[in-house]
Design a protein around this ligand. Structure first.
Ligand code: NAG
Ligand code: NAG
Ligand code: NAG
Length: 548
C-alpha cells in the first residue's frame, strides 16, 4: 500500500498528528520577531565551515601540483574514499575521483575557512586520473566556476545542462545577497523576513530560501513498499524521520514526478522502521539493514541512470535513528558522496558538515505544542535543569558531578512524582542538553519551544541548521571536560546577555516547529533548505556518454 496524496493513509496525520495539525493554527500566528542589532562577534564563530572533519573519514584534498593555484580559483583534486568503516579505499583499492573547484566567495554564507571545496564537480563515470587531468583544461574559467560542454548532446544531457544553469544562476544571486551585508532593505515576504544575529547571514539565507522555493525539485524514488520504504515513525524519538518521509510524500511544490527535472533524488527508506521489522533482536548485527540499503541502491542504479551519473552526489537519505551512520557506510558512494541527513551528526563517525545535513531530534511534540513559550528570566528560579536516563558517554559524567549536589543545577534521572518535566524546563534559565546514546538530544528543540536557553553538551556534534543559524547567539556550548564548571560558566552570563539570548531563542523557534502540514520556514522546510545548500555545492556534468 502506498500512501496517497490526499493524506488518507498517512499515519502522521492521524491520531496525535491530527491534533498537531490543528495546533498548527497557533504556530501560524507567530509573526516576525525583530531581533536586536547585529552582534559582530557572533558572525565570527561559524561552526559549519570552521569545523574541519576528522582526517580519517574526510575526503582528502590535494592540490594537483601542475596546475594548482592557491588563490581559491584553482582546481582541487578531491580523492573521495569509499567510506565504509572509515577506510580510505574500497575493497578493490579503487578510488573514486572527483574534481573540486574552490570558489571561495560562493561558499555559504560568505565566510570561508581553509580548504573546504565549494563545488564538487562530479563526472560520471569515474574518470581515470589521466582523463581527470585532460578534462581540467576546459573546466576552469577565470572565476573558477567550471563550464563543461557536453561532447554529445542528448535529451538527458540537455536537461541536466538546464538544471545546472539554473543552479548556477541561483548561486550567483545568493552570493550577491551574501555580500550585501544587509545594506539593502530586506526582501519582502508575506510570511516572515529573516533578520538579526540569529542568522549567520540573514539576507543570504532569505535569498537562498526564496531561490529554493522557486527552483528546487526533488524526485522521490517510487521503488519499495511500506513499512520500510515511504513510511517511518511519527511519534517517538525518531519522529523527524517519519515526519519528513511523510511530508515528502505529500509535498507538491518542490517534488517532481519527472526525474529528468530533479536536482536531488530522495532514497525514501526508514532505518527506524528497518530496526522494527528486519533487525533480529539480540543479534547485535546490523547486517540485514545494511544489506537492504545496499540492495536498494543496486536496484535503483540498475533501473535508473541517475545514481551512476553522479555516483550518488545528488542523492540524499535521511535517518534519525542512531544507526544511520553505520548502515549508510555499507555503500561507499552513499557514505562519501551522498547527502546524508542524520540526527546522529557525529563528526567522529564520518559526518561531514559541508556535505551532510544535521537533522533535529524532536520527541514529545504534543506536550510542548499545546503550550509553547515560557516566562522571562525573572520567572525562572532554577539556573540549570536536566532530567533523563543515565546512558551514553556524557550523561554519567553530568550525573556524577551534579546529581543532588546543588539546588541551582538540578540534575537527576527521574523527576519526583507530580513534578512536570515541561514546567520544570519553564522554570529554568538554562536547559542542559547532553548527548544520550548518540550526539543529538531532543532537549535542544524542547528548550527552544519553552524559551529556555539550550546548553549543548555534546562534543563532535554538528548542530542542526548551523549552515544558516548562528547558534552562539542563542545557545551555549559546554565541552564535556568542562562539566564540573557548568555552574560557574552559566552564572557568568550577565542578565543583559541572558535576555538577549532568550529573545533570540524565541526568534528561531519557527525553524524547529514540526507542523502536521508543513509551513514555510518550519523544520521541514529548513531541512529541505539544508539539502538545497548541499546541492548547490555540487555541480554535476557528463563529459562521457554512457549506456544507450
Ligand atoms: C578568496 O579568498 C581569498 C583569501 O581567503 C581572498 O583574498 C579573495 O578575495 C577571495 N576571492 C573572492 C572571489 O572572494
Ligand atoms: C550503473 O553501474 C552499475 C555498476 O557499475 C551497473 O551494474 C549498472 O548497470 C549501471 N546502471 C545503468 C543504468 O547503467
Ligand atoms: C561520536 O562518535 C565517536 C566515535 O564513534 C564515539 O566515540 C562517541 O561516543 C560519539 N559521541 C556520542 C556522544 O555518542
Amino acid at each position: 500500500m502506498r500512501v496517497s496524496a490526499d493524506g488518507t493513509a498517512l499515519p502522521c496525520l492521524h491520531g496525535h498528528g491530527g491534533k498537531a495539525a490543528c495546533a498548527l493554527a497557533v504556530c501560524v500566528a507567530f509573526l516576525t520577531f525583530l531581533v536586536v542589532a547585529l552582534d559582530p562577534r557572533t558572525r565570527a564563530s561559524s561552526w559549519l565551515l570552521s569545523s574541519s572533519p576528522p582526517a580519517v573519514f574526510s575526503p582528502t584534498l590535494e592540490k594537483p601540483s601542475s596546475r594548482g593555484s592557491s588563490n581559491g580559483g584553482g582546481p582541487l583534486l578531491v580523492t573521495s574514499s569509499s567510506g565504509a568503516a572509515g577506510k580510505k579505499k574500497n575493497s578493490n583499492g579503487k578510488e573514486v575521483l572527483f574534481r573540486a573547484f574552490a570558489v571561495n566567495a560562493t561558499s555559504w554564507p560568505g565566510d570561508v575557512h581553509g580548504a573546504t571545496p565549494d563545488y564538487v564537480s562530479v563526472a560520471a563515470p569515474a574518470p581515470s586520473p589521466a582523463t581527470q587531468e585532460s578534462g581540467l583544461g576546459d573546466a576552469a574559467n577565470s572565476d573558477g566556476v567550471i563550464q563543461v560542454i557536453p561532447q554529445i548532446h542528448r535529451e538527458r544531457d540537455a536537461k541536466l545542462h538546464r538544471l545546472e544553469l539554473g543552479l548556477a544562476k541561483a548561486r550567483s544571486t545568493i552570493m550577491e545577497a551574501s555580500h550585501n551585508k544587509d545594506n539593502r532593505p530586506p526582501l519582502t515576504d508575506k510570511d516572515y523576513v529573516p533578520v538579526g544575529p540569529v542568522y549567520r547571514n540573514a539576507n543570504a539565507f532569505h535569498r537562498s530560501y526564496l531561490e529554493m522555493e522557486k527552483l528546487f525539485k526533488i524526485y522521490v524514488y517510487d521503488e519499495g513498499e511500506p513499512p520500510i520504504y515511504h513510511d517511518g515513525p511519527c511519534h517517538n524519538i525518531y519522529s523527524t524521520e517519519g515526519r519528513f518521509i511523510h511530508a515528502m510524500e505529500m509535498e507538491n511544490r518542490m517534488r517532481t514526478t519527472d526525474p529528468g527535472l530533479a536536482h536531488v533524488f530522495f532514497l525514501p527508506f526508514s532505518i527506524a522502521k528497518m530496526e522494527k521489522t528486519i533487525y533480529v533482536p539480540g543479534s547485535h548485527t546490523m547486517e540485514p539493514l545494511r544489506r537492504t540499503v545496499f540492495d536498494y541502491i543496486d536496484v535503483l542504479s540498475t533501473k535508473h541512470p541517475y545514481w551512476n551519473r553522479s555516483q550518488g552526489a545528488d542523492h540524499f537519505m535521511l535517518s534519525c535513528h542512531d544507526w544511520g551512520p553505520y548502515v549508510s557506510s555499507v555503500d561507499g558512494n552513499l557514505f562519501s558522496n551522498s547527502i546524508r541527513v542524520l540526527c546522529n551528526a557525529n563528526t567522529s563517525e564520518g559526518f561531514i558538515p559541508s556535505k551532510d545535513v544535521s537533522l533535529p531530534e524532536i520527541n514529545h511534540l504534543n506536550d510542548f505544542k499545546k503550550d509553547i513559550g515560557g516566562p522571562s528570566a525573572s520567572g525562572r528560579p532554577i539556573l540549570a535543569f536536566f532530567a533523563g536516563g543515565n546512558h551514553g558517554p556524557v550523561r554519567p559524567l553530568l550525573l556524577k558531578h551534579w546529581k543532588g549536589k546543588d539546588p541551582d543545577v538540578q540534575v537527576s534521572e527521574y523527576l519526583p512524582a507530580g513534578v512536570s518535566y515541561v514546567e520544570t524546563m519553564r522554570r529554568s534559565k538554562f536547559c542542559l542538553c547532553p548527548s544520550g546514546f548518540e550526539v543529538a538530544s531532543p532537549r535542544v528543540a524542547e528548550a527552544i519551544y519553552v524559551e529556555c536557553v539550550p546548553v549543548v553538551i555534546a562534543d563532535d556534534y554538528v548542530l542542526p541548521f548551523s549552515d544558516v543559524l548562528s547558534w552562539p547567539a542563542f545557545s551555549l556550548r559546554v565541552a564535556v571536560r568542562d562539566i564540573p564548571d557548568i555552574k560557574r560558566i552559566l552564572s557568568a552570563v550577565s542578565p543583559r546577555r541572558y535576555i538577549r539570548m532568550q529573545r533570540r531563542v524565541r526568534a528561531v523557534r519557527r525553524h524547529f516547529m514540526l507542523n502536521g502540514v508543513p509551513q514555510r520556514y518550519d523544520v521541514f522546510h529548513m531541512i529541505l533548505h539544508s539539502i538545497w545548500l548541499r546541492r548547490l555545492n555540487v555541480r554535476i556534468h557528463e563529459d562521457h556518454v554512457v549506456g544507450d
